[in-house]
Write a protein of this length. Sequence first.
Length: 192
Amino acid sequence: MTETQRRPGVDLEKLGNLATGLLKKPLEKTSELERRVLDAVLTRLHVSRPMHREMEEALTLRDRMADRIAAFGGSWSFIAIFFALLFGWMGLNSLFLAGRAFDPFPYILLNLILSCLAAIQAPVILMSQNRQGEKDRLRSIHDYEVNLKAELEILQLHEKIDRLRAEDMDRVLRLLEEQQRLIVRLESRRDS
């Protein structure tokens, strides 16, 4: 059973009529997302919600750490600190400690540290990008849901306006016919 069918109080007949009328397909051929939207249209509920809160609540400590590390690793602050440490290391070992340098000119220890940093930083950034891709996917599904509901509501409004226009036209035609009868009656009285 789907989520819509499990929820108490769902009128499947009305839902089916909405699906047929608005989506032009039977309820059985609609997706779960479309059923949720149809149910929201039927019950006049909102489908929009603050996605950022849901996403933030789902993050673990590791996820938050990875995001912060990736954010810092992709900032100008990181680049400035990185270059300052890099040039500081080289200056310290080349100029100040000339004969007693702990990492002389080819800077093998520095290369090892940089390689380790890159080896750790790359997967952390990839984890953060994967999570961002998942957030984007959830946002696009949510946007589709909201847009679909708005579109269905607009279609319902068009139908109501068309129905009201048709009723007004019928009323105007009846009034015109009544006026014509009255005119004929008045002309017949005037003639007699």
